[in-house]
Design a protein around this ligand. Structure first.
Ligand code: FES
Length: 154
């Protein structure tokens, strides 16, 4: 069966029952998985734009995590918790970058954010697109690396 990925306009072939995150990672689609597929972070979230019934129903863990993710809607899915069961699913990949460590942003101090930067656990907006990235702004998230380490190593 096939799924379509937007906005990269890519189609992937996969077997029925394939895990969506594993499929995306195997095809080197730029998606993160801070919690390593345990359904407790925001990084693998995608939006289903077509044939939502082609994915497995949301798991209790997925429902719990989605209820905590800033901006998650009814069509938001966690790729790690989703299996592809039907043809024609259309997936919109996140446009924001989920920051995994503050060091990732240090090199960008003084520049305008080229996209939204979001928290990798709860999905909250850390730095909106076009905002100048400053050291004082990054200080607001000084515990982020520690929070990520807790989730990725727990
Ligand atoms: S990888 Fe963390 S919720 Fe999917």
């Amino acid at each position: 069966m096939k799924i379509a990925l937007h906005p990269i306009n890519k189609t992937l072939d996969l077997d029925s029952g394939a895990n969506l995150l594993a499929t995306l990672l195997a095809n080197e689609v730029g998606i993160r998985s801070v919690c390593r597929g345990r359904g407790i972070c925001a990084t693998c979230q995608v939006t289903v734009k077509g044939a939502p019934n082609g994915l497995s129903p949301k798991t209790p863990q997925e429902l719990k995590t989605l209820s905590l993710i800033d901006g998650a809607g009814p069509n938001t899915r966690l790729a790690c918790q989703s299996r592809v069961l039907g043809d024609g699913v259309v997936i919109e990949l996140p446009s924001a970058v989920f920051v995994e460590a503050l060091d990732d942003l240090l090199a960008l101090v003084g520049e305008e954010a080229v996209t939204d930067y979001r928290h990798p656990i709860n999905g909250s907006l850390l730095i909106p697109k076009d905002k100048i990235i400053t050291r004082s702004l990054l200080q607001l998230f000084k515990n982020l690396t520690e929070e990520v380490n807790k989730v990725s190593q727990s």
